[in-house]
Design a protein around this ligand. Structure first.
Ligand SMILES: Nc1ncnc2c1ncn2[C@@H]1O[C@H](COP(=O)(O)OP(=O)(O)OP(=O)(O)O)[C@@H](O)[C@H]1O
Ligand code: SF4
Ligand SMILES: [Mg+2]
Length: 324
């Protein structure tokens, strides 16, 4: 039996922002991963590490001062290199149709002068060309799946709380039925029960032959639904592991990933000392060295990540277990 080609195949993806005075910010460096049909990959890491910039790069939504390198080939149809495609192709054939987005700031992405219902109906009409009562029914079904209350469908965006706007954005992303969903913090502002419900719905959506890249600060939501976990630090993916290894088994292998888990209340609340480096002034070697309990002279050389079927870690000392 042949393995189906990945829905998304990212190789050496880099994003740099040109700043005043000839400075650069390296927001994403050398990201490499695949996303298979039916797979949920959770992308985690501290604020400002480059998660949303990576998602924006995949959708061609970066600002004009951004430069990209590498490739990101969208499969599951005619292959498109998302980094090389022109705006017309991305707007007409990719965004909404082949890649759905739950944006990080949903309120800013909702049209202020239209009700949630009319936005859902409009998206469906535009994508499918369907008229008549079907889009209205589909709008109600998408709202239900996103736990958006039916009696709030005729509200305007300014009448929505943060949590409701979040659920409206999820409904808008689900209704497009794209084979790849990028969900950037899809559970922000939701209580635990709604987080679980939303995460489970995203999982079901993925199981139905689609793929999900879920960016999240919520490690419990990642543990609940992810097949694999990618940990980003200072613009680089430093660990890419099966979720069962990451959350169970031997746990994370990268010292930073281990620190992220140890900082959780249920795992001792031990914060990682220090701060991440400025993305405009990254060190030559491992970017985590200044905060790392295992750093040695070897770490002055940048460690590489070699993704494979098992856990992959960008660390010179990953195999040396520190169980302090
Ligand atoms: N247009 C831009 N110009 C310059 N720098 C930018 C631009 N957009 C983002 N950045 C920088 O890129 C880095 C990564 O930002 P990004 O929004 O991807 O972080 P994030 O991991 O999504 O954080 P959070 O968890 O807070 O959402 C940040 O340092 C940010 O300041
Ligand atoms: S490469 Fe060195 S500094 Fe970086 S995480 Fe590994 S041990 Fe720490
Ligand atoms: Mg973000």
């Amino acid at each position: 039996m042949t393995t189906p080609s990945p829905v998304l195949s990212v190789r050496g993806l880099g994003v740099r922002f040109r700043m005043r005075g000839g400075r650069h910010i390296a927001a994403v460096t050398d990201a490499t991963f695949d996303l298979a049909v039916g797979e949920c990959l959770a992308l985690v890491g501290e604020s400002g590490c480059g998660k949303s910039v990576l998602a924006s790069a995949l959708l061609g939504l970066l600002p004009g001062n951004a430069q990209t390198t590498g490739s990101a080939v969208l499969g599951g149809g005619p292959p498109v290199d998302l980094l090389a495609a022109d705006e017309r192709t991305l707007a007409r054939t990719v965004r909404g149709r082949r890649i759905g987005l739950v944006p990080q700031s949903p309120a800013a992405h909702l049209t202020p002068v239209r009700t949630v219902r009319s936005q859902l109906v409009e998206v469906l009409r535009e994508l499918t060309g369907e008229r008549g009562p079907a889009p209205g029914k589909a709008a109600e079904a998408a709202a239900e799946r996103a736990a958006y209350p039916a009696d709030h469908l005729d509200r305007y965006p300014h009448e929505l709380s943060g949590g409701l706007a979040q659920r409206a954005a999820t409904a808008l992303a689900l209704i497009g039925d794209a084979p790849l969903l990028l969900a950037d913090e899809p559970t922000t502002g939701l209580d635990r029960e709604l987080v679980d419900r939303t995460a489970d719905e995203l999982r079901r959506h993925t199981d139905d032959g689609r793929a999900l890249l879920m960016i999240t600060h919520d490690l419990a939501a990642a543990e609940r639904i992810a097949d694999r976990v990618a940990v980003m630090y200072a613009g680089r993916i430093v660990e890419l592991s099966p979720a069962r290894d990451f959350f169970g088994g031997e746990g994370p292998r990268h010292p930073y990933a281990r620190g992220l888990l140890d900082a959780l209340p249920e795992r001792g609340f031990t914060p990682i000392p220090g701060m991440p480096p400025e993305l405009g002034d990254l060190p030559d070697g491992c970017a985590f060295a200044a905060r790392c309990p295992r750093a040695t002279d070897l770490c002055a050389t940048p460690p590489a990540l070699a993704p494979g079927p098992g856990p992959a870690v960008a660390c010179h000392h990953a195999e040396e277990r520190v169980d302090a």
